[in-house]
Ligand binder design. Sequence first.
Ligand SMILES: Nc1ncnc2c1ncn2[C@@H]1O[C@H](COP(=O)(O)OP(=O)(O)OP(=O)(O)O)[C@@H](O)[C@H]1O
Ligand SMILES: [Mg+2]
Length: 508
Amino acid sequence: MVSASPPPLLEMRGISKQYPGVKALDDVGLTLERGEVLALMGENGAGKSTLMKVLAGAVRPDAGAIFLDGTEQQVTSPVDARGCGIAVIHQEFNLVPALSVRENIFLGLEQTTAGFVRRGDERRRAEELLRRIGVAVHPETPCRRLTVAQQQAVEIAKALAVDARIIVMDEPTATLTPQEVEKLFAVIADLTQQGIGVIYVSHRLDEIEEIADRVQVLRDGQVVAVRAADQLPRRELIELMVGRSLEEEFPSRRQSVGEPRLVVRGLCRGDKVRNVSFEVRRGEIVALAGLVGAGRTEVVRLIFGADQAEAGHVALDGQVLSIRSPRDAIRAGICLLTEDRKHQGLILSQSVLHNFALPNAAHFVAAGRGFTGWGFTGWIDQQRERDAFAGYATSMRIRANAAAHPAGTLSGGNQQKVVLAKWLESNSEVLIFDEPTRGIDVGAKVEIYGLMNELAEQGKAIVMVSSELPEVLGMADRILVMHEGRITGEIADPAAATQADILSLAIR
Ligand SMILES: Nc1ncnc2c1ncn2[C@@H]1O[C@H](COP(=O)(O)OP(=O)(O)OP(=O)(O)O)[C@@H](O)[C@H]1O
Ligand SMILES: [Mg+2]
């Protein structure tokens, strides 16, 4: 006798969601079996996060239904989702900055005795969860003091704290280093062994190949393929995602490195940055590599004036600069694309075009017309502004009608492209990119690398902080590796180096 196979752990049917001017989801289905990892793939804006927000009860679809173990469920709020055993780690973190790690993990799940929160129990449980994912943060640390990677770890701990049967991770590794990713994969293996189903959203193809059982690809809000992971070669996956094939991942560049432009000498700040000196030449891309917490972001924040150095100086084209704030830095011709896009990159309520034009206002002041003299608010040539943006939008594949919409309505990856476009346009001489392609789809990555190459060819000095080792090896002319606030090594010929070479300098 043939017994009917049990219904899947999760089934989403016919999910549609229309936003003003864009159909984010168009009749999308999805199934997830017990104990499997389903990778949800697609280019920026394809609808991945929207679909996961529907599952989380955070976005109400126009149509569609959700079934768990074959029974339809009403998931109309995050509380419903949690009640169904669905935990979602969103792409944009949702931690409350003023609350501690423990309080964030147990938010809404407080363990009480006669109305009092059982702090001791919570602390022990939080410690256990953090240990399980291998993060060393104290449960009572306020979340605002955590690095981006630590915040991500807390999000994961939060998902583990509810006894979830379905865990969604929307780009969980975007901020993690290879070691941390390995730890996360061990946790995922452990979860699936217990029958938990995992939906994994990522733009990193290596990861998908390593952990996914099945792959589902979305394109413009529709499902274009669902396949066993081992039956989907990388080339085909990329084509399904971006609708074209990609020839080379790292476009080549005409190399002509000139005299030193940015010179950094003896920068110090506490134990985070210890006597850091280096230089970047005309037309050169220098990568700062190292583990999260090695001090890379701290160094670039000092150069940009976001923090104050206790010792040392920065010079540009032979002139020692006196930079006390980011405003000074921008004026001196140095810009920084921050790693924390959500808090420092964009004004989410303002239009995309406004965000793009903000630091570039001086650029778009119409030539020949009266400059009023009060700051940058001369006659801004809006047509030039729009044209300039349109150029980036086309090359980086940002939706054409995006310019007029609030930045907050763009998908995570597309928001990052706007931040990037804004700095690429800024006419700075030194461009510092902290994790420039985090969360960016494979197709747009190639375009961004091409834009970085163009800037280098124009003679600018470029500093790239990146945790993606293939990107560091593929793009940099020179790699400086940091460990515990110091530069511990230099790789002068990245083309001949391997990931292991970087890691051996980064770990020590
Ligand atoms: N609140 C909103 N208001 C208007 N449009 C939205 C909103 N949220 C998402 N969208 C639009 O829906 C589409 C799908 O976005 P979604 O965030 O699901 O993409 P994604 O696949 O997660 O992309 P990424 O890889 O960049 O994270 C995009 O065109 C986006 O601009
Ligand atoms: Mg997304």
